[in-house]
Design a protein around this ligand. Sequence first.
Ligand SMILES: Nc1nc2c(c(=O)[nH]1)N[C@H]1C(S)=C(S)[C@@H](COP(=O)(O)OP(=O)(O)OC[C@H]3O[C@@H](n4cnc5c(=O)[nH]c(N)nc54)[C@H](O)[C@@H]3O)O[C@H]1N2
Ligand SMILES: Nc1nc2c(c(=O)[nH]1)N[C@H]1C(S)=C(S)[C@@H](COP(=O)(O)OP(=O)(O)OC[C@H]3O[C@@H](n4cnc5c(=O)[nH]c(N)nc54)[C@H](O)[C@@H]3O)O[C@H]1N2
Ligand code: SF4
Ligand SMILES: [Mo]
Length: 694
Amino acid sequence: MQLPAAAPAEHIVRAACPHDCPDTCAMLVTVREIDGRRVAVKVAGDPSHPTTHGVLCTKVSRYLERTYHPDRILHPLRRVGRKGVGRFVQVTWDEALDDIAGRLERIAAVDPQRIVPYSYAGTMGLVQGEAMASRFFHKLGASFLDRTICATAGGEALTYTLGTRTGPAMEAFADSRLIVLWGTNAIASNLHLWSFAQQAKRRGAKLIAVDPYRSDTAEKCHQHIALLPGTDGALALGIAHVLIREGWLDRDYIDRYTLGFDALAARAEGFPPHDVAQICGISASEVEQLARDYWHIRPAAIRLNYGMQRVAGGGNAVRAVACLPALAGHWRDPAGGVLLSSSGVAEVDGDRLYRPGLLAGRSPRTVNMSTIGEALAHADPPIEALIVYDSNPVAVAPDSRTVAAGFAREDLFTVVLEHFRTDTADYADYVLPATTQLEHLDVHKSYGHLYVLANNPAIEPLGAALPNAEIFRRLAAKMGFTDPCFAETDDALAAQAFRRSGTTAKVDWEQLKQAGWQRLDVPLPYAPFAQGGFPTPSGRCEFYSQALADLGVDPVPDYVPPNEGPTSNPRRAARFPLAIISPPARNFLNSTFVNVTSLRDTEGEPTLQIHPRDAALRGIADGDHVRVFNDRGEFELVARVTDRARAGVVVALSIWWKKLAADGRNANEVTSQALTDIGRAPTFYDCLVEVAVR
Ligand SMILES: Nc1nc2c(c(=O)[nH]1)N[C@H]1C(S)=C(S)[C@@H](COP(=O)(O)OP(=O)(O)OC[C@H]3O[C@@H](n4cnc5c(=O)[nH]c(N)nc54)[C@H](O)[C@@H]3O)O[C@H]1N2
Ligand SMILES: Nc1nc2c(c(=O)[nH]1)N[C@H]1C(S)=C(S)[C@@H](COP(=O)(O)OP(=O)(O)OC[C@H]3O[C@@H](n4cnc5c(=O)[nH]c(N)nc54)[C@H](O)[C@@H]3O)O[C@H]1N2
Ligand code: SF4
Ligand SMILES: [Mo]
C-alpha cells in the first residue's frame, strides 16, 4: 500500500465510488491523523468532476458507516458450524491460505474445471475486480464464469444493433428537449443523469417515463406510461409503426447509415397501436402520442436502463428501442439517441490485465452465473469448489431455494472474500476479509459516463483485511504459481489497465492518480453516430443483424412475450395471476448497504406494493403481512396498497439480505432461472406469483 510517508494532519485523497452504478462518482476522502493512524472522517463528491458535481448519493454518503461498521470481517474465518448457519472461528492468513491451496490443488489434480470463480460487481474497480483473480483462474485452468447476472441481454443486443455500447454523454441530457426514461428509476439508480434531466426540464424539456411502476422518477415526469413488464419490445415496434405510417422518418440517415429498413418496416407493420395497446396494457393513444412526440420534439434522448431487459424478450426489446433514433435521425444531435451503457468507450487492455495466455491452450468449460443453482446441482463435471468475491449469490441469484441448496452441499468447498457476513458468507468454508475502497488502490471506467478515474487508498487496511488482488496474489504463491505477472503490485496492475491507443491512448496512470479523473479521448460535444460510423460488421446501424441470423436468432427485432404471462403460459397465469418485479431500492445497492443501519432504517422493512384492485380481490389491507408465492418458493412482506403499482403487477423493492428479513427470505425465492432471448441473462422481472394474507 503506497501511502505518503509523512501525511499532514488532515488531507484529501482522490478516490472513486466502486459501486455497480452508472454514475461512477469521483470522491474526495478527508483523512485525519488520529493517534498516529489515518482515519477517514468525510467522503464527498468531487465538485470539479463534470458528472459528479460535488454530490454523492445517500448510500455512498454513508460509506464511512459501512467501512467502520462493527460487523466488518477483519480476520480470516473457518467454518465450524453447519453450512448456512454462519458459525466460524478466527484463523491466521497462513492457516487459511495453506488449507485453501491444498484443497484446490487436490481438486485441480483431477480436473481444474471443477473449480469455479463466482464474482460480479461488488467493486467495479479493474484491479480489485478481475485483474489478479483472472490471472489466478487462468493459470489454474478453472471453469470460466459467464458474467450475465445483470446486463448481457441488453448489452449484447445493443452491440448487435449499434456495434458497441455507447450513446449520448450523460451531460448532454441537459440539452435534450424530450427525454424518455425507459425502464429506469434514475433517481435511485442514476442520480446524476437525473440531475441533467432536471436541468433539461427546467428549460422546458418534456420527460416521459416508461415503467410498470410509478417510481420516484416516474412520479416526477410529465407523463408516465405504465406498461406491463416485458412488453417493451411491442411498444418500441408500435412507435416504429407510427413513425413509418406517418413518414416521420429521416430518410437520408436511414439510407446512408442503416441496414435492413425494409425488414424492420415489415415487422413493425404487424404492430399497429391498437394491438400494441392490448399487449402492453396501455391505451392506443399513448402509443400514438409517444411516437408523435418522438418525431416532433428534438433533440430526443432515450435513457434505457437494464430494468427493462430482465425478461424473456429483453434482448429483442433493447434492439427494437435501439433502432428508433436511427429511424427518426436523432443521432445527429449530441443530445439525441439512446443511452443504455457507455461501457464500450474506454478500451481495457484485457490481454495485459487478465493474461489469457496463462491458459496455455486449455479451453475450460463455461458456467453461467445466472443458473448457478442448476449448475451446483447438475454440472458435469461437478462443481467441487467455488471462490466467491464481489458478489452475494445466495441473496441475488434467481431461484434462491435451488441456489441455497447448492451452497449447502457438504461436498462443495466454498471460499468467500467479503466485507461482511452476507447470506453467501454463511455458507463458506473460509471467509477471507477484503478491504473496502478506502483501504485499497484501484482504477475505474464507467458504464454511464465518459471518464476514467483513479482510487487512491485513503487509510490502511482495517484489521487483517487485504485487497482482493493481494489475496489472489498470496494464494497464487501458495499454489506455486511463479510467473512474474503474479508478483505485480496493484499499482502496476492499474498502470496497464487501458490500451495505449484509441480513447485511452492518453491515459497516464501517474497523472490520473494525481488528478483523480480524466475524460476519455472522445470529441466534445460527443455525438458518436452523427455521421453513422457504427462499428457493426456492415458499418451501419443494423436493424437486420446477420450475426444474429447466424446464431439462429431472429435477425430483425421482434416482440418476444414474457415466459410467464397470460398469452405464453395461460395455465400458469391462472394459478399465479400477478407479475412481480423486484427493482432496486433507493437506499441499497443490490444487496450492498442492507446491513448499514441508517440506510436500512430509511427503507424500513421489505414491502409489497399492490394495486388497490388486486388487494381488494384478495382481502388485503394496507399493512397486512402477506405471503408471495409460486411453485418455486415463497416469501413474506408487508403490503402497501397503492396505485403506484399498476393493476396486475406487484412491486418488491430489493435486494434484501435474507437474514435481515423477518422470514429469512427475499424476492429471489420466486424468481426463475429461465434466460433471456439474447445474452443468456436472468429474467428477474418475468415472474408470476400469487399473494395472500398470511
Ligand atoms: N439505489 C440503487 N442504485 C442502483 C442499484 C441499486 O440496487 N440501488 N443497482 C445498480 C445496478 S446493478 C444496475 S444494473 C443499475 C440499473 O438498474 P435498473 O435495474 O435499471 O434499475 P432502476 O433504474 O432503478 O430500475 C429499473 C426500473 O425498471 C422498471 N421495470 C421493471 N420491469 C420493467 C419492464 O419490463 N419494462 C420497463 N419499461 N420497466 C421495467 C422498474 O419498475 C424500475 O423502476 O442500477 C444501479 N444502481
Ligand atoms: N430479485 C432481483 N435480483 C437481482 C436484481 C434485481 O433487480 N432483482 N438485480 C440483479 C443485478 S442487476 C445485479 S448487478 C446483481 C448484483 O449482485 P452482486 O454483484 O452480487 O451485488 P451485491 O449484492 O451488491 O453484492 C456485492 C458484494 O460484494 C462485496 N464487495 C464489495 N466490494 C468488495 C471488494 O472489494 N472485495 C470483496 N471481496 N467483496 C466486495 C459486498 O460486500 C457485497 O456483499 O443482482 C441481481 N439480482
Ligand atoms: S452509488 Fe452511484 S451515485 Fe452513489 S456515489 Fe456511487 S457512483 Fe455516485
Ligand atoms: Mo446490475
